[in-house]
Design a protein around this ligand. Structure first.
Ligand code: S3P
Length: 176
């Protein structure tokens, strides 16, 4: 699959399946796989929820931007980004130079169902419920679309099916 971009970034809301899909996609196309939240947790030695608690969101966002920019040094890799990666304008500007960006679109209802335990997601702490998720998603939807080269509607799709859709979209793009 020589037509593939060197780096493929998955963006989208919490619960859109980015981490699972990134791993499966990487396995399928023989690429490496990086999850920015995992990178940050490895550097800091604690879970993202603890980093939010002890250092605050701004501190986390700085680490997130640094982790994103560091991916410039990896080849043939699928990168799974945290749901808030698009909030920082500098990250949005960086994306076109980093690689091809795929937005995994999900409804608020499906996102909530997939997230399950919202306490693992500090952004949702104290804001559980579909209405809250909907309003955060509404505020971000345009940003996900602006940064992405492709939008994949993941409604009702299993992760393996999402992978197939991504591969098909990348192949069609190359041919088109
Ligand atoms: C966040 C999403 C999380 C994580 C952090 C903030 C967000 O990643 O980076 O809790 O602001 O949407 P996932 O999208 O992988 O859950």
């Amino acid at each position: 699959m020589s037509h593939l971009p060197n780096r493929i970034y998955l963006v989208g809301f919490m619960g859109s399946g980015k981490s699972t899909v990134a791993r499966l996609l990487a396995e399928k196309i023989g690429y490496g796989w990086v999850d920015l939240d995992d990178e940050i947790e490895a550097i800091e030695g604690e879970p993202v929820s603890r980093i939010f608690e002890s250092r605050g969101e701004q501190y986390f966002r700085a680490l997130e931007s640094a982790a994103l920019l560091a991916t410039e040094g990896v080849d043939r890799t699928v990168v799974s980004c945290g749901g808030g990666i698009v909030l920082d304008g500098a990250n949005r500007v960086a994306f076109p130079n980093l690689g091809t960006v795929v937005y995994l679109e999900v409804t608020a209802e499906e996102a909530l169902a997939r997230i399950g335990d919202v306490t693992t997601r500090p952004i949702l702490a104290g804001a559980a419920g579909r209405i809250a998720v909907e309003s955060i998603l509404d505020a971000r939807r345009g940003l996900y679309r602006i940064v992405s080269d492709f939008v994949i509607d993941t409604s009702g799709l299993a992760p393996a099916e999402v992978v197939e859709s991504i591969v098909a979209a990348l192949a069609a793009h190359k041919e088109g």
